[in-house]
Ligand binder design. Structure first.
Ligand code: HEC
Ligand SMILES: [Cu+2]
Length: 351
């Protein structure tokens, strides 16, 4: 039996067609299945994230329209003008220099790009020119290789890696406005469910804001390659009720806990280079190269989300930071086993 070119052509076409048509379905299924994923861009919980999702759906709709038109024309042409069984091998008529056709394929794409540009500019300007309400929380975020420093100038809080913000009631908004600075190289702040990606550029302060409408933990990631441990420079934003946030602030503004039972560990800490890089309020330690440790134990993770904050991980971290985060900027301090136990015990009291 002979299979002619025209009879199996639809079969050959069906495969790519099915694949193309299934692509959007997989995206939809994925976002439905992971609606609660902490980084799902299709589940915004703050105003800027909502407008960005609106914009992306618009862009997706426009490009899906283009795809549908181009792909149907393509299928139509392949079916209609494919090589017929009785082809005589002659070249079909060639068309050159059609003004209408050239105008159409120049002007239409330009118009599409202009529309996409204007829609994007509108969202960008809308987000960037938002006025700060009276209740706004001010935070300065400083990107370091490979961790985040957070300062709340109005509240006198300094912390690292885990940002706490109050939930924002639309009736009485309390958004968080963040000034983005960098201590070394380019970083990028991106918590998809809260807002757009914004870079932290040395000597060029940027800013962003969000007004989370739902409490919870939102995750993100430094989104600009900043060195070896860029991938373990994770973002954790804890959105809390007003009351919980105020309790957190009250606790963070207390002086560091001191206890005579861990005085040996404290003495080792204060007589080692630790204090050049770390601060603990009320002690001689006032370094700023590494995270503030005053309330270390109030954090759920260490090393910018790289490991859970447990005494075992702390000890491992002090012994050899590279075992948790290879290439981190904290050196292994060469402490003995006994010193490691003592310093870990001291750190574990810093609530
Ligand atoms: C040369 C500066 C430097 C010295 C010295 C240093 N550290 Fe660090 N430390 C860092 C940096 C930088 C980080 C952040 C690493 C990261 O997350 O990438 C860090 C992270 C930490 C963390 C995790 C904090 C958190 O919230 O993630 C602890 C705990 C810590 N250091 C304790 C110590 C102790 C104790 C000593 C002394 C034995 C010490 N460090 C010495 C720079 C230093
Ligand atoms: Cu970074």
């Amino acid at each position: 039996m002979q299979i002619t070119g025209s009879s199996n052509r639809p079969v050959r076409l069906a495969v790519p067609l099915i694949v193309f048509l299934c692509l959007p379905l997989t995206v939809l299924a994925d976002s439905a299945g992971h609606a609660l994923s902490p980084t799902n861009i299709f589940a915004p919980v703050s105003t800027p994230a909502h407008s960005i999702m609106g914009l992306s759906l618009f862009v997706l709709a426009v490009t899906a329209g283009i795809f549908a038109i181009v792909f149907s024309l393509l299928v139509y042409c392949v079916l209609k003008f494919g090589k017929p069984a009785d082809d005589d091998g002659r070249e079909p008529p060639q068309v050159y220099g059609s003004n209408q056709v050239e105008l159409a394929w120049t002007v239409i794409p330009i118009l599409i790009v202009v529309v996409l540009f204007l829609a994007t500019a509108r969202v960008l300007v809308g987000i960037q020119t938002s006025a700060q309400p009276r209740n706004a929380i001010q935070v300065i975020a400083i990107g370091h290789q490979f961790w985040w420093e957070y300062r709340y100038p109005g509240l006198k809080v300094v912390t690292a890696n885990e940002l706490h913000v109050p939930v924002s009631d639309p009736a009485d908004p309390s958004p968080t406005f963040i000034t983005l600075l960098s201590a070394d190289t380019d970083h990028s702040f991106w918590v998809p469910r809260l807002g757009g990606k914004t870079d932290l550029i040395p000597n060029h302060p940027n800013s962003l804001w969000f007004d989370p409408q739902q409490t919870g933990l939102y995750l993100g990631q430094c989104a600009q390659y900043c060195g070896t441990q860029h991938a373990k420079m994770l973002l954790r934003v804890y959105v809390q009720s007003r009351q919980d946030f105020e309790n957190w602030v009250a606790q963070q503004t207390q002086l560091a806990h001191t206890s005579t039972s861990v005085s040996e560990g404290q003495r080792i800490f204060e007589t080692t280079a630790c204090i050049n890089c770390h601060a603990v309020t009320g002690t001689v330690a006032n370094g700023r190269f590494g995270p503030d440790l005053t309330h270390l134990m109030s954090r759920e993770t260490i090393a910018s989300g790289a490991a859970p904050n447990t005494p075992e991980n702390l000890r491992l971290w002090l012994q050899n930071p590279d075992s948790i985060k290879p290439g981190s900027k904290m050196p292994a301090m060469g402490l003995s086993d006994h010193q490691l136990d003592a310093v870990t015990a001291y750190l574990a009291t810093l609530h």
